[in-house]
Design a protein around this ligand. Structure first.
Ligand code: DP6
Length: 373
């Protein structure tokens, strides 16, 4: 049942630093998706990708993204392919903007060729931007000769896509929202005063991910029910923006999410999988409620999603600890004990899920592939 991926990455200890050649001009990195158990939904600063609330996720051991970055002297623009197809439009813009940050830090203006291979369907709410920007951060930093350490790489990945900050780490990771300083606003244009620049730097420094301790022996699995692998109709970026600015339920959810995070840390430390699952499910349903109340509403959940939620309730009535979470798409990820995963997957296949059902465990942090080529 476990789907094999072509080159399984070894599990690194969460605190380990991606190792490899610095200043290589050519570097390849691999990163895995993560699924938030306490969600990130809403930015307080779009340009710096600073979230309203802190979030917590589990990195998966399936569906990795592998990204190669090669620097090209004399090229006038960055080139990028995703699964062999040239990136254009907004995707190309986001990659170039991200590379520009790396270039500024490295003091190296060379353009790059980026080749990225995803085993996860892109843009379907299956965290492809998390693994994608985490792999790009690690590979680009190495190619441009930066070796800032994992925390700084997490901040850098955040600038590409917020959830990518968490994929730097294996197992469970928390992404700290950080705080704005009293000295100025971070919502400026970036062209402002020295005071604004200082405030921005402080805010940037405060928002990064790090590993979260969990009791040994919890042995969690996430069963991924792909009910629709097509791209989402509204990007999570746009949906978040709309939710924050128009949903009357947003602030109450953000408040309760802060409490969910504290409860989640306690449940993980205690190794209480049922508590972890209950918190994750209520947090995700609350996040979707905020979107449903946005104007106009954003609805990612489909009839098949709701049928899967019924299956999950049915499993719980049978005494199986199974808990659902959904992101910016109709697909459902079900947290359960690894020993229960075959039963959960079987129930899903017997019910609503026509697409694939994948079983994931906790996966490794992002890393450079060193010297294979
Ligand atoms: C629902 O990280 O994709 O998956 O920062 O705008 O790129 P941007 O958003 P992204 O949003 C992920 C939202 C989520 C919840 C989560 O992963 O925490």
């Amino acid at each position: 049942m476990r789907r094999e991926h072509p080159s399984p990455a070894p599990v690194l200890s969460p605190a380990s630093r991606p190792a490899g050649r610095a200043g290589a001009d050519d570097a390849t990195a691999v990163a895995h998706p993560n699924i938030a158990l306490v969600k990130y939904w809403g930015k307080r600063d779009e340009r710096l990708v600073l979230p309203v609330t802190s979030s917590l996720s589990m990195t998966l051991d399936i569906l990795p993204t592998t990204t190669r970055v090669r620097l090209v002297a004399g090229a006038g623009r960055d080139e990028a392919t995703l699964n062999g197809v040239s990136a254009t439009g907004e995707t190309h813009r986001r990659i170039t903007a991200f590379l520009q940050l790396v270039r500024e830090r490295a003091g190296d203006g060379r353009r790059a060729v980026v080749d990225s291979t995803n085993t996860v369907p892109t843009g379907a709410g299956l965290a492809s931007s998390a693994s994608g920007f985490a792999a790009l951060a690690v590979a680009a930093a190495a190619a441009y000769g930066l070796d800032p350490g994992t925390t700084a790489l997490s901040r850098l990945a955040r600038r590409g896509s917020g959830s990518a900050s968490r994929s730097l780490f294996g197992g469970f990771a928390v992404w700290h929202a950080g705080h704005d300083t009293a000295t100025g606003t971070v919502t400026g244009t970036g062209t402002g005063t020295a005071e604004e620049a200082e405030a921005e730097e402080a805010a940037d420094l405060g928002s990064y991910a790090e590993p979260v301790p969990a009791a040994a022996g919890m042995d969690p699995a996430l069963v991924v029910a792909v009910v629709d692998a097509g791209p989402k109709t509204v990007s999570s970026r746009e949906a978040m923006r709309r939710t924050v600015s128009t949903s009357p339920l947003y602030l109450p959810w953000a408040d309760s999410s802060t409490r969910d995070l504290a409860d989640m840390r306690t449940a993980l430390r205690a190794g209480d999988l049922d508590a972890v699952g209950e918190i994750a499910e209520r947090n995700a349903l609350g996040m979707h409620a905020t979107m449903l109340a946005a104007r106009p509403a954003v609805r990612y959940l489909s009839p098949a999603t709701v049928t899967v939620l019924d299956t999950v309730l049915g499993l719980r009535r049978e005494g199986i600890g199974a808990y659902a979470t959904m992101d910016a798409g109709p697909n459902v990820k079900i947290l359960c004990r690894r020993t229960d995963a075959p039963r959960v997957a079987q129930a899903l296949r017997a019910g609503a899920v026509r697409g694939s059902v994948l079983v994931a465990g906790p996966g490794p942090g992002a890393r450079l592939l060193g010297g294979e080529r």
